[in-house]
Each structure stands twice: as structure tokens, then as C-alpha cells.
Design a protein around this ligand. Structure first.
Ligand SMILES: Cc1ncc(COP(=O)(O)O)c(C=O)c1O
Length: 426
């Protein structure tokens, strides 16, 4: 589209107030939460909403066990512990994730080692995983990122070859599928987040899934102070193992159960909107939608696009282009900007190995010497420089907004030569 850019005083493509926020909260959701007040149970691992949510989540994922927790990070910590990872063990995870993935490894005094990504799917690269294996490696924590499942078969193959456990972070990928199977049922243990932004939310919370009897038993105790608490029997107050306080609350569990009923519909809406944008972007030079391998069904926690200024004949580096485009899109009423800014190992906590005490666990129980060289993750750097996420590609927004987005993409990319060199947008 032509038309004066909003940065130059033109009309914005997306009018104020058109974009609606996530999550959608219905009267049914509110009633489910209100009913908890009258139920006589507001918390507890054996409380009715917790148990029902766990049953429904196992059925949804097709796995054997689920445990509800108070955050995605605690669910991931349970996945690490349930897999038998010990203090000082190395666990290989993705350089492209939210850093909580790696924090969950550190929470068990284990050491995160990072692998680069496959640039097409932005998930952890199985070939690079194998290169990072040392005698101390005990596990792989694959991340199903931005709604896209990691390439699990080659990851499981590397793990088999080197006798490693495989766990996964599905905090952004509720309902995503790999070769017809849902994430949460693909490896030794998986953590999901239920925080406000996620495809399935309870406001704050998490879910851990596994098919392993021993991991389930251990994580059940770990979740609640290390005790075995049997409903209907007198509590013994005897911690049998070290535990944490990862219990959830019934208000959140009831909210999550109510939201879960609409997860397939909501994911379907995200997929429809995302696929529409990807199709339309094929005709808009300078931008393209994400690639989806035929064996994967992503659920688009966020919709991600790639910039290619060279395709527009512009001699401007990808990062500068991205930063300027962000301002131009913002004026048009669209949120098109970065998520993570650097690979996780480039964050200060890893550069300075700032653990607890004097740098534990790197200094207290670790026999290796992992180095977090910032240049070791070129594909993640490249991805972060060239990709941005497009906000609000989720219900209750619909195709009317997506049509405006396409109009906005055309308008902004069509006039890129006008703004791409403008110093005032830097
Ligand atoms: C990839 C990833 N891992 C882990 C987490 C942590 O989840 P939570 O915030 O529920 O602890 C999040 C979300 O914040 C995430 O996006």
C-alpha cells in the first residue's frame, strides 16, 4: 500500500483500541474461580482442582503423569531433578530461549552448556548439541521455542548414543506436535508455564509431565517440602528428601481448567492467523514468515518474521533496519519488535558466572570448566539480529486485524527506502 507513513503524519494502519490483549477471560472462567471460594479447598496438592487439572493435562498430552506447580520454572526444575541430574552435571540447552530454562538447571546445582540453533526453525541444533558433549554431560534440555517443537528424533538419537537424559521446556508450546505427538509426551520430562502470556494460562503456574514412575514419585515429594503426604492420613511432618515449595493454588488451577477447554480453539485461531500472514508475506519483499517443517505443528506463542533489507536493494545492516522498522511500525499502531536481545550465555549471569555464594554451582560442585564465549552462537546472533515478533496474533483478535497487519507490512516495506536510512529513527 502506498499512503503517507504515520511517522510522517499519515493515518495509522491499525487504529487505537483495535488490538485486544491476551488472555481472553470469559464469564465461565470467572465462575470457575469464584466457585473455588465456596468449595472449601483453596490450596493443596490433593485439592480437587489440582488433581482434575493434572488428569486433564495427562489426557491432553497423552502422557502418564502430570504435576501442577506454581511456575514454569519450578516445573522445569522438577524435570531436571526427575531426570536424575546431579550437582556438577552438565546439561546442554538452547542459546535461544528465555533464561529461566538455564536457571532451572542452575537451581539443581547443575551446569548449563549452550548449543546454537537451527536457523530455519530457531530450535536447538542436534548437530551442535553433539559437539558440546563432554564426559560431564548428563542431559539435554531441548526447548520448544515460540510455539515450535524442537527436532526431537535426532536429539533423542544423540542422547541414546551418549547415554543422556532428554527433558524439554514447553513453556511456550502447549499443544504443539512433533510427528503427531504432543510436546509433553516426547522425552523423559517436560515443563510448561501457565503464566499470563502463555497459550494456556492460570495467571501464574506450571505443569510438569513425565511417563517415568520414579521421576513422578520423586517430583511429587520434591514439590511439597520433600514429604509424602497421603490424603486422608495424618501428616507425618517427615521430609524424606530435600523438597521445595512448588504448590499451586486452587484459584489458578480452576482458571487453567476453564481455559484448557478452549486451548484447542485458541491454538487453532493462532495457527489460522499465523498461516495467513505467512502466505501473504510471500508477496511482500523485505519480510518473510517462519518456516514450518512438515513433521511439526507449531502453536505460535508468538508470530515471528524475518527481515531481509538486501531483498529491497537496501544497503543497511539487519539490526539497524530492525530498530528503525520497529519505530515505523509502532507509529502505524503495530508491535513489531524483538524478544530476546542476546543469546542466553551472553547475559551477565553467565559472563560473570554469578551464582549464589561465591559463584556456586560453577565454583562449588563442578569439576569442569565451561566457557560462555559470546561468539560461540553465531546462528542465534544472526537470528536475533534479523527476526522480530509481531504482537497480538492471538484471540480475541481475528482476521480483520490480520488484514490490517498485511496492509501495514505492505505500506512499511513498500516505503523502506524512505525510512531505512533515517538517522532520527536510530
Ligand atoms: C521458554 C520459557 N522457559 C521458561 C519460562 C518460565 O516460566 P515461568 O515464568 O512460569 O516460571 C518461560 C516463561 O516465562 C519461558 O518462556
Amino acid at each position: 500500500m502506498s499512503g503517507t507513513l504515520a511517522i510522517n503524519g499519515g493515518e495509522a494502519v491499525v487504529p487505537k483500541g483495535m488490538i485486544k490483549s491476551w488472555p481472553v477471560i470469559t464469564d465461565e472462567d470467572k465462575q470457575a474461580v469464584m466457585d473455588v471460594f465456596d468449595s472449601g479447598h483453596i490450596h493443596g496438592c490433593s485439592a480437587p482442582q489440582a488433581v482434575a487439572l493434572q488428569d486433564e493435562w495427562t489426557e491432553f498430552c497423552g502422557c502418564k503423569y502430570a504435576l501442577v506447580t506454581n511456575s514454569g520454572t519450578s516445573a522445569l526444575h522438577m524435570a531436571v531433578a526427575g531426570a536424575g541430574i546431579e550437582p556438577g552435571d552438565e546439561v546442554i540447552t538452547s542459546a535461544h530461549t528465555y533464561w529461566s530454562t538455564a536457571a532451572a538447571i542452575l537451581h539443581h546445582n547443575a551446569i548449563p552448556v549452550f548449543a546454537d540453533i537451527d536457523p530455519d526453525t530457531f530450535t536447538i541444533d542436534p548437530v551442535d548439541i553433539e559437539k558440546r558433549i563432554t564426559p560431564l554431560t548428563k542431559g539435554i534440555l531441548a526447548v520448544h521455542i515460540l510455539g515450535m517443537p524442537a527436532d526431537m528424533d535426532p536429539i533423542l538419537e544423540v542422547a541414546r548414543k551418549h547415554n543422556l537424559k532428554v527433558i524439554s521446556d514447553a513453556c511456550q508450546s502447549h499443544g504443539a506436535e512433533y510427528k503427531g505427538k504432543k510436546v509433553g509426551n516426547l522425552c523423559d520430562g517436560t515443563g510448561f508455564s501457565l503464566n499470563r502470556s502463555k497459550n494456556l494460562t492460570s495467571a501464574e503456574g506450571g505443569l510438569y509431565t513425565t511417563n517415568d514412575d520414579a521421576a513422578y514419585q520423586y517430583c511429587s515429594r520434591m514439590r511439597e517440602f520433600g514429604e509424602v503426604i497421603v490424603p486422608g492420613q495424618e501428616r507425618q511432618y517427615n521430609a524424606s528428601v530435600l523438597g521445595w515449595m512448588y504448590r499451586s493454588v486452587e484459584f489458578c488451577n480452576a482458571f487453567a481448567r476453564s481455559q484448557l477447554k478452549r486451548l484447542p480453539y485458541n491454538n487453532g485461531q493462532r495457527i489460522e492467523m499465523s498461516e495467513y500472514l505467512t502466505e501473504k508475506l510471500k508477496d511482500i519483499p523485505g519480510m518473510s514468515g517462519p518456516y514450518t517443517p512438515p513433521d511439526r505443528k507449531p502453536v505460535y506463542w508468538t508470530y515471528t518474521v524475518k527481515y531481509d533489507p538486501a531483498e529491497l536493494g537496501l544497503d543497511v545492516d539487519a539490526k539497524t533496519f530492525r530498530l528503525r522498522a520497529q519505530k515505523v511500525f509502532a507509529a502505524e499502531g503495530m508491535t513489531v519488535g524483538p524478544w530476546q536481545h542476546v543469546p542466553v550465555p551472553a547475559q551477565s549471569v553467565f559472563q560473570q558466572k554469578m551464582g549464589y555464594g561465591h559463584g556456586c554451582p560453577w565454583t562449588c560442585c563442578y569439576k569442569g570448566n565451561v566457557e560462555y564465549k559470546v561468539d560461540d552462537y553465531p546462528k542465534t546472533w544472526e537470528f536475533l539480529a534479523t527476526h522480530v515478533r509481531v504482537g497480538a496474533v492471538h484471540p480475541p483478535n481475528g482476521m480483520d486485524l490480520m488484514e490490517r497487519y498485511v496492509e501495514g507490512f505492505r505500506k512499511v516495506m513498500g516505503q523502506a527506502s524512505e525510512w531505512a536510512y533515517r538517522e532520527d529513527l536510530a
